[in-house]
Design a protein. Structure first.
Length: 255
């Protein structure tokens, strides 16, 4: 982060965070109102015409998921009350908040894996019909057995590991997710592990590995870590911070 931004007033930092068209890495201590700040930034982007379906917000707990939904609704209702010109359009948005992709990391990974499973099942059904017509019934059994063996071998992996492996192997699926989610938010960054951060970066970068424009918003505070007890796990946050500081289109801010 440039020195000039480091010495901005708190008010100027908050105004910048709400409206900046940059990828942001925010280090926010207790009592800084990061949930409010995050939800107001989302409101600004909704006001600017961003579709609700384009948002992916990763929260750490189910309680946090519900809190974010309520915060975004609260800001929308407030805007409806004071902005008559946009009130009709915003009222429609309120009803879509509960359908936004605001979820825990586990739920997101399970959702991605279920998408792939559905796609695979549909493909297998089509292949089965085609091969049955051409008299290749034996191959159907072999392919089904291979699929079952692969699923069994992956059972030892965590949900996040299976999701990350899938995104590494299935570039078409990764591109679909990149297309669908142009605004990605991650809360409690200090408690995410390396695999989870790798998933975020896979979604927030393009085919060449460059950060997509105004795509990723991350917020956390290493002093508030709860789940990362080992030193190497705590180091993940600082490694991510260093990586973001080296990116030209990422801004690191302290609150």
């Amino acid at each position: 982060m440039e020195k000039s931004k480091r010495f901005w007033t708190e008010q100027r930092k908050r105004e910048y965070i709400r409206s900046a068209e940059d990828n942001l890495f925010i280090i926010a201590g207790p009592g800084t109102g990061k949930t409010t700040l995050l939800s107001r930034r989302i409101l600004n982007q909704i006001m600017g015409g961003e579709r609700l379906s384009h948002f992916l917000l990763i929260a750490f707990t189910e309680e946090a998921v519900q809190e974010f939904k309520q915060k975004i609704k609260k800001h929308l209702y407030r805007e409806i009350a004071i902005n008559r010109e946009a009130s009709h359009r915003l009222k429609k948005k309120v009803h879509g908040i509960d359908l936004m992709h605001i979820m825990t990391f586990d739920d997101f990974c399970l959702w991605v894996l279920s998408m792939k499973k559905k796609e695979t099942t549909e493909e297998q059904g089509k292949n089965k019909i085609e091969k049955a017509k051409s008299g290749e019934e034996a191959k159907i059994g072999e392919e089904a057995k291979t699929g079952e063996e692969k699923e069994k071998s992956e059972e030892v992996l965590s949900v996040e590991e299976r999701c990350y492996r899938l995104l590494q192997e299935d570039k078409a699926l990764l591109q679909v997710l990149r297309r669908d989610f142009s605004k990605i938010y991650a809360d409690e960054l200090q408690d995410l592990n390396q695999i989870q951060l790798n998933i975020l970066l896979s979604l927030a970068t393009d085919k060449k590995g460059k950060m997509r424009h105004n795509c990723l918003f991350m917020v956390g505070d290493p002093r508030q870590t709860i789940y990362q007890e080992a030193e190497e796990d705590k180091q993940v946050f600082f490694d991510m911070k260093k990586k973001m500081e080296e990116k030209k289109n990422v801004r690191v801010l302290y609150l």
